[in-house]
Design a protein around this ligand. Structure first.
Ligand SMILES: Cc1cc2nc3c(=O)[nH]c(=O)nc-3n(C[C@H](O)[C@H](O)[C@H](O)COP(=O)(O)OP(=O)(O)OC[C@H]3O[C@@H](n4cnc5c(N)ncnc54)[C@H](O)[C@@H]3O)c2cc1C
Length: 473
């Protein structure tokens, strides 16, 4: 080992970067983070934190819109939801709160890093070989940093189409939404992946007329089919217009609105358009290839399961690696890199154990093997789906949609994975994640007490029913 403190330089201060910096500082390294925007990265400033804050407002709106059915009356209502005076959203205030909360979270992270002795430089970093990073400082000038270990955690940016350039006013990326002062009258969302579906769901609840343009025949391609079907049903019931098999070719401003042109020549008009057509890694022009860091065809940094790149001493974490674009995964990749680089105990990343959530209404949470993998025989298992409509608590809460689905290994009954489609599925998936992580059987899950009445009772009930399955017993 070195006779002095190892020098660690982190380029990019999102969860991939700042979590790594904290671990490195804990393990005794001298750590510098170079970040060009703000600590917490896009995760905190423009992506996860703002979107989930906005969505939490949409959640309240959804509850309010369903309150009539529970017996509540709003001014002007005679008990008929159609005649109730709508609750309105002051988007300028909502967005001001969203931005403030994100900035406060970023400041919290900066304080924590400072308290742990991590040096933060505001500026752009680029590799100069494998043992030096050059920081072009935001205030002018540059600094050359020696690095025994470098972590690249530069994240990704929204993919932009030449024919649909965002202007920040009418044609928007998801990062530009928080500058809006009023609810878009008619929002055309291009892209029905996780980001598109989440914003379509949120803006629909906040009061926009939403058109969701999807190139595929179903929303949320690649996700659990039953859950996607629930989301489509709910979206349609709320009046959203879903355009499947409709690939957008271009978007342009026209007067006070936008026109989205589809590949088949049709045009979709709206007041605003959100382009949610994926992202590209921030890996260009930062000296990676010159330092011997291998990139994939899509420009992502190639890493192994302990976050090593092809260049000695250079690690990478988060969205720039394209491994799995989640803040939790970025953070774990960053920590893993430092545990490995600084000689601490480390276990390679296991994606099968990652819980993920789509924050639509209802939410969709998943962990472990998928139904597709079970049904294709990739893993030998059984599937059990339990609609929430039969759950006592769901009835009390007026929840009509959603389900709990568990997959269990044939023979042993070990929980392989699951899907929860429900309000706050992000919380309900945890018992399934615990079962997957620790190899619990459906019987072990079923024998744990759940509160009566509770939505989590359906997780235990699904496990109980899998025991009864003759294929497993
Ligand atoms: C709308 C939206 C919602 C999402 N919601 C969720 C969610 O609910 N849960 C979840 O787990 N994930 C969510 N994600 C995914 C999540 O945002 C990413 O997986 C996560 O941000 C990746 O973290 P990161 O550290 O790789 O990058 P980032 O958080 O993007 O941080 C990278 C940082 O690097 C900086 N940087 C780039 N290049 C340089 C350079 N050369 N020098 C210095 N600094 C540089 C950037 O300024 C940025 O601050 C969402 C994504 C989007 C788009």
């Amino acid at each position: 080992m070195l006779g002095r403190k190892p020098k660690v330089v982190v380029v990019g201060g999102g969860p991939g970067g700042y979590e790594a910096a904290l671990v490195a500082a804990q393990l005794g390294a001298q750590v510098t983070v170079v970040e060009r925007a703000g600590m917490g990265g896009s995760t905190v400033l423009t992506d996860v934190v703002p979107s989930k804050t906005l969505i939490s407002v949409a959640e309240v709106m959804n509850q309010a819109s369903e309150a009539e059915a529970l017996g509540l009356r709003f001014p002007g209502s005679d008990g008929d939801p159609e005649t109730a005076e709508p609750i309105t959203v002051d988007l300028a205030r909502v967005n001001a709160r969203v931005r403030k909360l994100a900035e406060a979270q970023s400041a919290d992270i900066a304080r924590r890093l400072d308290a742990e002795g991590v040096r933060v430089l505001r500026g752009s970093g680029r590799l100069d070989g494998t043992e030096r990073v050059v920081a072009e400082l935001a205030g002018g000038g540059s600094e050359v940093l020696d690095a025994d270990i470098t972590l690249v955690s530069t994240g990704s940016s929204p993919r932009e189409m030449d024919s649909a350039r965002p202007d920040g006013e009418r044609i928007l990326t998801w990062k530009q939404l928080y500058q809006l002062e009023s609810i878009p009258e008619r929002l055309v969302v291009v892209g029905s992946g996780v980001t598109g579906a989440e914003f379509a769901s949120a803006y629909d609840a906040l009061g926009s007329d939403v058109v969701l343009v999807s190139s595929r025949d179903r929303v949320l391609p690649g996700q659990d089919g039953d859950a996607a079907e629930v989301i489509e049903d709910v979206f349609r019931r709320r009046g959203m217009e879903l355009m499947g098999r409709s690939r957008a070719k271009a978007a342009r401003r026209e007067g006070d609105g936008v026109v989205v042109t589809l590949e088949d020549g049709r045009e979709v008009r709206g007041s605003h358009c959100l382009m949610a057509v994926g992202s590209v890694p921030n890996t260009v022009g930062i000296g990676l290839e010159e330092a011997g860091v291998e990139l994939s065809g899509s420009g992502h940094v190639q890493v192994d399961r302990v976050s090593r790149t092809s260049a000695r001493g250079v690690y990478a974490a988060g969205d720039c690696t394209g491994v799995l674009p989640l803040a939790s995964v970025a953070a774990m990749q960053g920590r893993t890199a430092m545990w490995h680089a600084l000689g601490d105990a480390v276990s390679p990343l296991r994606l099968r154990k990652v819980s993920a959530n789509i924050f639509t209404a209802p939410e969709i949470a998943t962990v472990g093997w998928t139904q597709e993998q079970v049904e294709s025989g990739e893993v030998d298992g059984e599937v059990l789906m339990l609609p929430l409509a039969g759950n006592a608590r769901a009835k009390m809460l007026g929840i009509r949609d959603g389900f709990v689905k568990l997959f269990a290994s044939t023979g042993s009954g070990r929980v392989l994975g699951g899907v929860v489609c429900a309000p706050r599925a992000s919380e309900l998936i945890f018992p399934v994640a615990l079962a997957v992580e620790h190899g619990l059987t459906v019987d072990q899950v079923a024998h744990a007490f759940t509160v009566y009445p509770s939505l989590s009772g359906s997780v235990a009930e699904a496990a109980r029913r899998l025991h009864a399955s003759p294929e497993i017993a």
